[in-house]
Structure formats: structure tokens, C-alpha cells
Design a protein around this ligand. Sequence first.
Ligand SMILES: [Fe+2]
Length: 382
Amino acid sequence: MAKTYYFPPIVIMGPGAIELIVPEILRMNVKKALVVTDKVLIKAGVVQMVLDVLDGAKFPYALFSEVKPNPTVTNVNAGYQALLDNECDYVISIGGGSPQDTGKGVAILATNPGDLRDYEGVGKTANKAIPIVAINTTAGTASEATINYVITDEERKLKMVIADPNSIATVAVNDPVLMIKMPASLTAATGMDALTHAVEGYTTAGATPFTDLFNLEAIKVISASLRTAVSDGDDLDVRDQMAYGQFVTGMGFSNGGLGIVHSMAHQLGGFYDLPHGVCNAILLPYVVQYNAEAVGDRLKAIAVAMGVDISRREPREINIMAIDAIKKLSRDVGIPAGLKEIGVKEADFSVLADMALADICTGGNPKCPTKEDVTAIYKAAF
Ligand SMILES: [Fe+2]
């Protein structure tokens, strides 16, 4: 069956990538950028590295640095107001998922009327966003590569997932030099988010041979690099590998979809304001176990990609070895063992399960879950 695949039109990767945005911005025929970022990245000096490039090229810009860790509708509206007030005609988003997702929301509001809540779901906008130069600083959500973004609706206390080809960045930039200063805990959480994308993307109902190429490659690269990226953050080669790995799975899952690890993690993030990557990492092995019977021999391919020696092993054993390899990686990079440790309350499981079933990622899960199934997974991961 025919299928449309969406990729960012311009991709810049590797050490020094931010220098190469200059000729691309010149080609875009734009006047003034709204730089969308957060205070932590300003304090860390990461934003200045990009501003130096813009200053060197004499590109005008205004700065919006109010992005929150789990950006809200109010947050995006404030960014859009800054875009209007400063008469900007394109967005340069600098950061991990939060600034990237906020940047997409702002760029969509610039060309589409009404409220961001109107666009929750799949492909609801009529118009292409204003141009976005998406500069990633984590490895990562891959939001710089995807058609998806996630914004918290504070009124309904939930994360809205918006999958919209009109929101894809014009230029996607992955410069590992910007990732060197990323703290170990953030490296671990965002790295496990990327592994979750690759594993879920490889086992989703929407997987195709084309998305498999990206997701399997990402499992290989991320599982070989993440431990060193966490223990020795100054290793530029490993940072480059992680930046590449998270980007390729971005191209995979953006086009194939995900599953209930993300459905369930979105609710934990929206409900308790918890880091997305940590929630995913804790849930991932339990969901893989739940889905095992529905994914054929895909866990075997995952085990092999993660470097597990499966010779002379039975299929059931291999499935367990794949799940154990995920758990071990998670533990080695310091992810908490269960949801209890991060403040999740057992009493909320019923509400969380209802919300997870309604999440758009649930449709991609290889097995159709009931409320009891989802509740049981939350309990197992507790
Ligand atoms: Fe994610």
C-alpha cells in the first residue's frame, strides 16, 4: 500500500553544524528570527554559541527564553505574542524537546487561526508553518526531525499530541558540540527516550521496511553509545553517535508511529510534570514484555542490534534476553527502577489508564490493550 513519508528538507549534522545554518538561512529569504529557547540553555552558554553565529552573519533576531520543561498552551501563546511583538517571520528553536515543540506551536499559530487546542490530533491545520530552523541540543526527542509535538493543556491536565506535517522544521540541525555540556542525568533520560522511539518504532503496527531501516540502525547506535555518553560526556565522537542515533529513529517513528510506552508516559508527564525520558525508560521493558507475542521475531532483531549473543537460544529465551538488555542499559545509566521512586501514586492508575487509552500513540501499539492491561503494566512498572 502506498504511503507518504515526511522528512525535514534540509538536515545538517556533525561537529560544527551550527556554522552551516548561515547559507541555509540566506536561501530562506527571511527577515528576522524569533529564537525560542529556555533559561537553562542560556545559563549553560549553549544559546550564545548559536547567537554568535547569527551575530557573525548579521542576522537580526529577538529572544524568547520562557520555555518550560513540559511546555503548556499558555507558554506557546506567549511565544506567539513575542513573535508578533518583535515582527519576526521565522523561528530558530534551540534546545531539546521542549523548545522544539514550543517552536513548532509558535510557527503553526503564525499561519493558522485560533487556538492550539483546535489542532490536537493528526494533520488538523490548513497551512504550512512559517520556516523553522530547529537546532537540537539533546539526544533526544528528535523533535527537530519529526512532524510531532507535545504541548500540555494545563486546563485538562494532559499532554496534547499533535502530529502535523505542516509543523516539520525547514532545517534540522544536530551539532554534538552543543551537547557536550548536557548533564549525565539528562543525557541518560533523553537517550532512553531515543531508545524507546527506536524499539517502539520498530515494533509498532505502523512499521514499514523503510521505517525499520531507521529504527533498527538507531537501536544499534544508541545501545552502543549511551553508556559512554553518560559516563564521559566530553567524548565528542560518542555525542555525535547519539545525535545521529536519535535523529535516525526520529525519521523512523515520525513516519511509522509509536505505541503505548509513549501513551502511558505522556500521562505521567502531564499529571506529575515528570521527565518524559525517565517515564519511557521505566515503562519500556514492561510494555515490550506485554507486546512480545504480537511482534513475531522482532525482539530477536532488537536483541541482536543491542549486541546480545543469542546463539543456540530458544525464541522465548531470546525475548527475555532482549527485555533484560533494555533493563540493564536503563539501570547502567542510572534510571530509577520503578514509578514509585519518581512519585507516581497507585491510586491514580485508573485515571491514567483511561487517559493513556485515548492517547494517539495507542493506535500504533502492536496489541490492542484494554484498561486492565494498561493498569497491570503501570502496576508492574511501579
Ligand atoms: Fe519520546
